[in-house]
Design a protein. Structure first.
Length: 199
């Protein structure tokens, strides 16, 4: 089973309000992302919250997701990923977790078709890491094999998840895609207006 982990614990300081709750096509970013994930082959969706956790949790209470709280969210994305991995390990789910598909809440343009293609290639290639690339740019989501869990748990937070990615270049599969959305991250009001077209 592949578990999707949506990282939504950051402060959204440049945006000025929680990115998870920004409207897009009549839904919020987090609703749009979860909808795409639930329409894909992922077996479970975990959302990691930190800053503004209560406000966001109220808004996503109806969604079919598990929520994990990261009290140390100021220490960066790796701290959120570690909280999610520890949660999965503590659960000891009946279905074996083969890997996690990590997505960021500021990347709202996600399709179930791409997720399914990545999952299929993950199992076919048996690579440790699978990620998409649009016109030479790497993007999100990224699949990490469960064989990397112990490495994530022991990586210094200041190095971030990129340290693990860099350590396994030979075990990484890059998938070319025509989906520009994999490389679109929305961090500022200007980027929001540019990509979503609302003020």
């Amino acid at each position: 089973m592949i578990v999707a982990i949506v990282l939504s614990a950051g402060e959204s300081s440049r945006m000025g309000r929680p990115k998870a709750l920004l409207p897009i096509g009549g839904r919020s970013f987090i609703e749009k992302i979860v909808s795409a994930l639930r329409a894909s082959k992922v077996g479970k969706v975990v959302v990691v919250l930190g800053h503004n956790a209560e406000e966001i949790q109220k808004e996503i209470g109806h969604l079919p997701v598990s929520v994990v709280l990261n009290k140390d969210y100021k220490q960066g994305q790796l701290s959120s990923l570690i909280v999610a991995i520890r949660g999965l390990e503590a659960e000891k789910t009946a279905e074996k977790v083969d890997g996690v598909l990590v997505h960021l809440v500021d990347h709202p343009f996600l399709s179930a078709a791409l997720v399914n293609h990545m999952i299929d290639r993950f199992y076919e290639s048996k690579k440790l890491i699978v990620l998409p690339r649009y016109k030479g740019r790497r993007g999100h989501p990224v699949i990490f094999s469960s064989r990397l869990f112990s490495e994530f748990l022991s990586t210094p937070l200041e190095q971030g998840a990129k340290a693990v990615v860099h350590a396994h270049r030979d075990e990484t599969l890059e998938i070319e895609t025509e989906e520009e959305g994999i490389a679109v991250d929305i961090d500022t009001p200007e980027e929001y207006r540019q990509h979503v077209g609302r003020k």
